[in-house]
Design a protein around this ligand. Structure first.
Ligand SMILES: [Zn+2]
Ligand SMILES: [Zn+2]
Ligand SMILES: [Zn+2]
Length: 333
């Protein structure tokens, strides 16, 4: 017991002084104890990132001129400090800076030997949602030409795993054993650390190459539903409400690609899919108002009015108790 208490104290001190913690948005409720498992938000932008290539809209221009407005592509780390375990959800085109953030918080933990200068096993496993560019292109950085990782377990749907196994250049990662594929069935829970597990569920979403998974992440105190990319909620059978009930979700991190539908004059919103933030708020407002559910939006498109510069849209969302997820934010599990 004394040893454990000591370890906790050291970890707590290291975290308090050694980690570049960013809390751009105050969480609705306090996070779990500092040595407990948590989610660390590695990115919150839609696949194209913020700023997006080739775009000079006011949000992209502002993000290009001010690094603090930059958002990496949507990804989460599931971190269990006591077990020294880190798992990623999705491998984005921004994986370089995202692994740097992971390394920063891992280095803050006392360990018998320091992490190697080149760490070919920077995370314990990667859980993929689907094969749209923002969600898996980062795997390329694990290959022979770059980090050359050693046997990182990669989990995803059967179709997603077959896609990587059968198509260049991804098949080379498999042949060279940079990654090891683990097909998962919806509902199959994977234990990550004591009291921490992850379970995939099938999500309706444009399926050009693969189907799409969302994930339920369970910690000792909190159950999180992570759905960064989905078609409108009307395509969900059963509905989102039943999933939240069945899985006993306390905190939902949901597709916030588009705000209110007025933002893309030259593209048909209905052909792109995605629930609007305003629709999600309408669907979940009574749960949020009663305190049964916390909701954060992620996967924000560069066109989303919640990104500013006018603060009114974001303020309207927050007035209803909903929040915009911030890069670097930590949410206790
Ligand atoms: Zn996406
Ligand atoms: Zn833009
Ligand atoms: Zn997608």
């Amino acid at each position: 017991v004394i040893k454990t208490t000591w370890l906790r104290l050291i970890v707590a001190m290291a975290l308090a002084f050694g980690v570049d913690g960013v809390h751009a948005t105050a969480p609705l409720t306090p996070v779990a104890p500092v040595d407990g498992p948590r989610l660390v938000v590695l990115g919150t932008a839609q696949d194209g990132g913020l700023p997006q290539a080739g775009c000079s809209c006011e949000r992209c221009t502002a993000a290009r001129n001010d690094r603090s407005l930059h958002r990496a592509v949507a990804s989460l780390a599931i971190w269990a400090p006591a077990s020294d375990r880190v798992d990623l959800i999705d491998a984005t085109p921004d994986i370089g800076e995202q692994l740097a953030r992971v390394e920063a918080f891992r280095r803050a933990i006392p360990r018998p030997a320091p992490l190697p200068v080149i760490d070919r096993h920077p995370v314990n496993a990667i859980f993929l949602t689907h094969a749209h560019i923002g969600h898996y292109l980062g795997l390329a950085q694990l290959g022979f030409e770059a980090l050359n990782t050693s046997a990182i377990p990669v989990y995803g749907s059967e179709r997603m795993m077959a896609f990587l196994d059968k198509n260049a250049p991804w098949d080379q990662l498999v042949h060279r054993e940079n990654i090891v594929l683990h097909p998962l069935a919806p509902g199959a829970s994977v234990a990550l650390a004591p009291g921490v597990s992850i379970e995939p569920l099938t999500v309706p979403h444009r399926a050009e190459y693969t189907d799409t998974f969302g994930y339920v992440i369970r910690g000792p105190r909190t159950t999180v539903l992570y759905i960064p990319d989905t078609d409108g909620w009307q395509s969900w059978k059963p509905g989102l409400g039943s999933v939240l009930d069945q899985k006993h979700v306390d905190l939902a991190i949901l597709d916030g690609t588009f705000g209110d539908g007025a933002e893309l004059p030259d593209r048909k919103m209905t052909s792109i899919g995605h629930p609007l933030m305003t629709e999600t708020i309408e669907l979940l407002s009574s749960r949020v108002a009663s305190g049964r559910l916390r909701v954060y939006f992620t996967h924000l498109n560069h066109s989303n009015p919640a990104l500013g510069p006018d603060p009114q849209f974001r303020q309207r969302i927050e007035a209803k108790g909903f929040r915009i997820l911030a890069d670097g934010q930590e949410l206790g599990l």
